[in-house]
Design a binder for this molecule. Structure first.
Ligand SMILES: Nc1ncnc2c1ncn2[C@@H]1O[C@H](COP(=O)(O)OP(=O)(O)O)[C@@H](O)[C@H]1O
Ligand SMILES: [Mg+2]
Length: 252
């Protein structure tokens, strides 16, 4: 059996009276590309953010890249939990809709910031690695440009290179192309496809159905805080995937 990178069991999260994740189970194996689809407000972002504890879940068990955290209702995180969280964060990367680049740093500086400040990699070594990552996303010539001088698609590619700099075992993407004009989306999706083809484990929230169809091994459909359907991509897009799925697909 292939290695499991993400195992989520009975994950729950509420914001006050608003229960956003009721009970989510999800498994992602090494090298899999899993796309999460679902209407706006269905908890997709909250789920991704819970996986690296940008949001703290209320209850459930997470096992991410070998780090296991069991959260019991009403209990605070233990010291051991926190240790696991800090370790799993170093093995995962997150790419956001809004890029989140540092405006006062160049593209290259954005990419190597974590290598230098977190991993304490010597600067010349970090620069060499940073340049090769910029090359990978097709932006070697933009190394010295500040984010304000880059297009949205270029900014998102820098953000992906930054994510890759820490050699993550898994990358989470939260609607990476939603803030982009349609003509800029393909350059980002191409980079993501290349990563997928290279065997990267990816969990991707997106509305790009074509990307899902072409690149995903599995599609997870969320609604109302639960996983409504978790199937192979082929089964998801098949005629008999269910009325709710067909209705959702017709809207795109
Ligand atoms: N930090 C927060 N505080 C309060 N409510 C939130 C917060 N983040 C998300 N929510 C609520 O959780 C629900 C699901 O949001 P979200 O996870 O962003 O859904 P999606 O990404 O599927 O659109 C929404 O009702 C949203 O208003
Ligand atoms: Mg969202």
């Amino acid at each position: 059996m292939s290695q499991i990178k993400i195992q989520v069991t009975a994950l729950a999260k509420a914001f006050g009276a608003n229960t956003v994740l009721k009970h989510v189970d999800l498994t992602v194996k090494a090298g899999e590309v899993v796309v999460i689809l679902g209407p706006s407000g269905s908890g997709k972002t909250t789920l991704l953010r819970s996986l690296n504890f940008l949001e703290q879940p209320d209850s459930g068990t997470l096992e991410i890249c070998g780090h296991r955290i069991e959260i019991k209702s009403g209990q605070r995180l233990s010291r051991a939990n926190k240790q696991q969280i800090s370790q799993l964060r170093q093995k995962t990367a997150m790419v956001f809709q809004s890029f989140n680049l540092f405006p006062h740093l160049t593209a290259l500086e954005n990419v190597i910031e974590g290598l230098i400040s977190v991993k304490k990699v010597p600067k010349d070594e970090a620069i060499t690695k940073g340049m090769s990552l910029l090359e990978k996303v097709g932006l070697r010539e933009k190394a010295d440009s500040y984010p304000a001088r880059l297009s949205g698609g270029q900014k998102q590619r820098v953000a992906i290179a930054r994510g890759l700099s820490m050699d993550p075992q898994v990358i989470f993407f939260d609607e990476p192309t939603s803030a982009l004009d349609p003509e800029l989306r393909d350059e980002v999706l191409t980079v993501m496809r290349n990563l997928a083809n290279a065997g990267m484990t990816m969990l991707v929230v997106t509305h790009e159905l074509r990307f899902a169809q072409e690149a995903a091994d599995r599609v997870v459909f969320m609604e109302g805080g639960v996983v409504v359907k978790d199937s192979t991509t082929e089964a998801f897009f098949a005629q008999d995937s269910g009325e709710r799925i067909q209705q959702f697909l017709r809207r795109y």
